[in-house]
Ligand binder design. Structure first.
Ligand code: GDP
Ligand code: CA
Length: 326
């Protein structure tokens, strides 16, 4: 599964709940990564880790439950950077990761170690171990992702998104193998431009998805044409010309076979072409609703896979192996 941070993490929990930790591999976004107070922060990987470890603050929607802020208060009092909220518990993780990276350990290896230490059985892989950073082109100039998102509260309209290091970024160890071995590929209801975009900017991952032999199912991050939170709807309106399911799938051209959309978007399914719409309730507020959405996405995979199996000429075009979902 490909996932961004908070929205993705909710869905990842549902999928792990239904399919099992062993059966799930998550490829996470690193375009949001940022250096703060000398520390390497990977907000999207951490959102997934905290969610799967049961440590996330669900009411606030990000960071850790029971967090305190004394280190950041101290840094601020000393004139240090304090624009990016790093809690005391969170800082502990960033210290461990930063030390390991400085010692030459790849991000994928550190992430695996952190997951194991937190008792997370799901495999979590960064899209790349190389440096890849998301930049936003706005009327006020270009901004690195976190400066736009956090410091400027994503108030600037976005004219373009670009991925520094994207062209040269190699897929992290395990990512291509996971895609090659998957029975089903899922795109979490994450921001298409700034959460899944940076993952797909790794050319080899994009190509692996384009050459898939199994179904790929996306879940729309929009409900009734609006983002549950964050700027996805504004970005789609400005960059793709609308907030219908078709504008979401247009972000994943040639990469998805089905899209799970909310009941509130059921009347707005024109222009999807070959992409099959699956309508259900997609708001994740608790264990039950996360589970239901995960089940709908897994079912969509079976339906699309069975349809592909029924068309032998298509199987031959893919090399004769057929698309067999789990
Ligand atoms: P971030 O990296 O923390 O910004 O998180 P993501 O990009 O993974 O997720 C943000 C997206 O998740 C937003 O566009 C939201 O609209 C979407 N989202 C959040 N909660 C839900 C939900 O319950 N259902 C659906 N369908 N989308 C959601
Ligand atoms: Ca993010």
């Amino acid at each position: 599964m490909l996932s961004g941070g908070v929205g993705g993490a909710r869905f990842v929990r549902g999928v792990v709940d239904v399919a099992g930790a062993d059966a799930t591999t998550v490829i996470g976004n690193v375009g949001d990564d940022v250096e703060v107070l000398g520390l390497h922060v990977s907000p999207d990987l951490d959102s997934i880790l905290y969610a799967l470890a049961g440590l996330a603050d669900e009411r606030r929607g990000w960071g850790r439950e029971g967090e305190t802020w004394r280190a950041l208060e101290s840094a601020a009092a000393l004139g240090g950077e304090s624009w990016f909220a790093l809690g005391d518990l969170d800082l502990g993780l960033h210290l461990v990761r930063t030390q390991a990276l400085r010692a030459g350990e790849p991000l994928s290896a550190v992430t695996a170690r952190l997951a194991a230490a937190l008792g997370v059985g799901t495999r979590l892989l960064p899209a790349t171990d190389d440096r890849l950073r998301t930049w936003l082109e706005t009327p006020a100039g270009p901004f690195p992702f976190q400066e736009w998102f956090v410091a400027r509260r994503h108030r600037d309209e976005v004219d373009a998104v670009r991925f520094e290091g994207g062209a040269a970024a190699r897929p992290a160890p395990g990512t291509l193998e996971a895609l090659a071995r998957a029975d089903l590929i899922l795109l979490a209801p994450s921001n298409p431009y700034v959460s899944l975009g940076p993952i797909l900017a790794v050319q080899a991952l994009h190509d692996a998805l384009a050459a898939r032999r199994v179904p790929c199912v996306a879940v729309s991050p929009l409900i009734g044409g609006r983002a549950v939170r964050g700027p996805a709807d504004r970005m789609l309106r400005r960059l793709a010309g609308g907030t219908s399911p078709r504008q979401v799938t247009d972000c994943y051209k040639g990469l998805v076979d089905a899209i799970v959309v909310d009941e509130a978007d059921a009347d707005d399914l024109d222009g999807l072409g070959e992409v099959r719409p699956i309508v259900t309730r997609t708001l994740m507020v608790d264990v039950e609703s996360r589970r239901r959405l995960a089940e709908a996405a897994l079912r969509a995979g079976s339906v699309v896979g069975a349809a592909a199996d029924a068309r032998p000429e298509e199987r031959a075009a893919f090399g004769g192996q057929g698309a067999v979902p789990a």
